[in-house]
Design a protein around this ligand. Structure first.
Ligand code: HEC
Ligand code: HEC
Ligand code: HEC
Length: 428
């Protein structure tokens, strides 16, 4: 036991030193000496230092720096949205092309309400939906820090979106649907660590920007916060405390090590998460990472309350008969499928998702898997729209969701009926 913890703290220590090194090596800021020459008061000096840290937490540089060798915060990086590309503007103190001429109030208005200096509405590619929860004192500190970075003259035209999303007024309707302005509320029933973690995750860290499922218009489905979402061609997995689909089996230390180093014994971060670790979480002190981990572990799973239906349940029996008859030829009686040909339905997260929407679609409409160079003829899942009625589709899906150790809410015939109606009116 002792040894294990010893080993871990060494890992953390090594992590912490490289991080501190990286932080100072890469920060594009004025050296301390220059700060002193400006005769800043002690209070504003510590505010700038705090702002430097919070800017790292908010990961502002990642989006506001052009990856093609652009100057820090000089803007120009293309940010993908569900509707197309938006370029992140220049947020250095350059008066003409940056935000040097902005007041603190205008700056806060951009971060917390998504409104630019001239009054135009920002697209939610800028994560104001989350930053709105940041304390005003933290926003002011970020502003104070950004005022000290080297001004860059770089004019950026942000808007690259196709019609109708290039109409910024559309954001008024979007905000009405998906944006709730307002600061983070402490939960007095929870301890200080939890509250610190919740604050960081929900506000400046904007973890939900990638990990929370989105509506077709790209708004957060807040009732499913952190339950996983496909973004930029990557899947940002469920990071709730769900034992089955989330990180409920990870310890607080597992999460801390992952956020600090990008990998642990369960997983390795790639793609956008690797960038998030590199630019933000690896540069944060262990206390804050631990606080975030404590909060994440407390977020309940999707359906801890769901008990698997018993095999003797009439719906399960009906479903099993249909399954053995129509599905087992490909997916096998034990649900294991055939590797590379027919997907496993057993222990498959997609089959046990809380909402059965995509499962109903697959059974009613069929599906063809992608043909790749390695597997030129993609296997196909037949459509059962004409063979199975609503109650039968509901039964077979309820069965595969609760057989072989799976567990997920039952599917009703009325859900299938509305999906069927939906598919009929949708052009394919
Ligand atoms: C996920 C990418 C992303 C992150 C992270 C991000 N921004 Fe932005 N930001 C954008 C984009 C894109 C725009 C432009 C949106 C538009 O034109 O509608 C923007 C706009 C802005 C604006 C308005 C500028 C103007 O000229 O209108 C400010 C100010 C700003 N960001 C500051 C920040 C700060 C400070 C942070 C960190 C706390 C930050 N941003 C983090 C993508 C990001
Ligand atoms: C820019 C998008 C993005 C942001 C922001 C982001 N993540 Fe991720 N995250 C991902 C992606 C994508 C993956 C999957 C990476 C992979 O498959 O290698 C991931 C993976 C993870 C994992 C591993 C889960 C597993 O089961 O393997 C954890 C834990 C995690 N993120 C936590 C966080 C936390 C905490 C935050 C906020 C501090 C955060 N992420 C912010 C995109 C993001
Ligand atoms: C002829 C072989 C075949 C039969 C019969 C068949 N399937 Fe499939 N099924 C497939 C293939 C191939 C896929 C993968 C399609 C894809 O990649 O999009 C699939 C995919 C699925 C998926 C999606 C799995 C996932 O992880 O997303 C579900 C659910 C499913 N089938 C259920 C059924 C049910 C229920 C039946 C019987 C009513 C059935 N299948 C009958 C071949 C079959």
């Amino acid at each position: 036991m002792r040894k294990l913890f010893g080993g871990l703290s060494i890992v953390l220590l090594i992590g912490a030193t490289t991080i501190a090194g990286a932080l100072y090596a890469t920060q594009p800021t004025m050296p301390h000496g220059a700060m002193a020459q400006m005769h800043v008061s002690e209070q504003s000096f510590s505010q700038v230092e705090r702002g430097r840290y919070l800017t790292t937490v908010g990961d502002c540089a990642a989006c506001h720096t052009d990856t093609q060798g652009g100057a820090p915060f000089g803007g120009g990086r293309a940010i993908e949205t569900p509707f197309g590309l938006v370029l992140a503007p220049n947020i250095t103190p350059d008066r003409e092309t940056g935000i040097g001429g902005w007041s603190d109030a205008e700056f806060a208005n951009a971060l917390q309400h998504g409104v630019s200096k001239d009054g135009h509405m920002l697209y939610p590619a800028m994560p104001y939906v989350y930053y709105t929860k940041a304390h005003r004192s933290d926003i002011n500190a970020i502003r104070a820090y950004l005022s000290t970075v080297t001004p860059v003259h770089n004019k950026v035209v942000a808007n690259q979106l196709p019609f109708p999303f290039n109409i910024r007024l559309a954001m008024r309707a979007w905000n009405a649907l998906y944006f709730r302005a307002g600061g983070f509320q402490q939960d007095t029933a929870q301890n200080a660590d939890w509250n610190r973690g919740a604050y960081l995750v929900q506000s400046l860290e904007h973890c939900g920007a990638c990990h929370t499922p989105k509506s077709v218009l790209g708004g957060d489905k807040t009732s499913e916060a952190f339950q996983g979402y496909a973004i930029q061609g990557w899947f940002a997995p469920n990071i709730t405390g769900d034992m089955r689909r989330g990180i409920g089996t990870w310890s607080v230390d597992d999460i801390v090590v992952y956020l600090q180093t990008g990998h642990n014994k369960q997983a390795a971060a790639s793609g956008p998460m690797a960038e998030e670790v590199d630019q933000s979480s690896s540069r944060m002190p262990v206390d804050d990472l631990r606080a975030m981990a404590v909060y994440l572990k407390s977020i309940p799973g999707q359906d801890d309350s769901v008990k698997p239906l018993d095999a003797s349940d009439p719906m399960m029996q009906a479903g099993r008969a249909i399954y053995d008859d129509s599905c087992a030829a490909c997916h096998k009686t034990n649900g294991a499928g055939i590797a590379g040909l027919f997907p496993t339905l057993r222990a498959a997260p997609a089959v046990q998702s809380r909402e059965a929407t995509s499962l109903m679609r697959v059974v009613l409409d069929g599906a063809k898997s992608a043909a790749t160079d390695k597997a030129p003829t993609g296997a196909a899942m037949p459509s059962y729209a004409w063979q199975l009625d609503d109650a039968q589709v509901a039964a077979v899906l309820t069965y595969i969701r609760n057989a072989w150790g799976n567990q997920a809410p039952a599917v009703s015939a009325s859900e299938v009926a509305s999906m069927r109606a939906n598919l009929m009116t949708q052009p394919n």
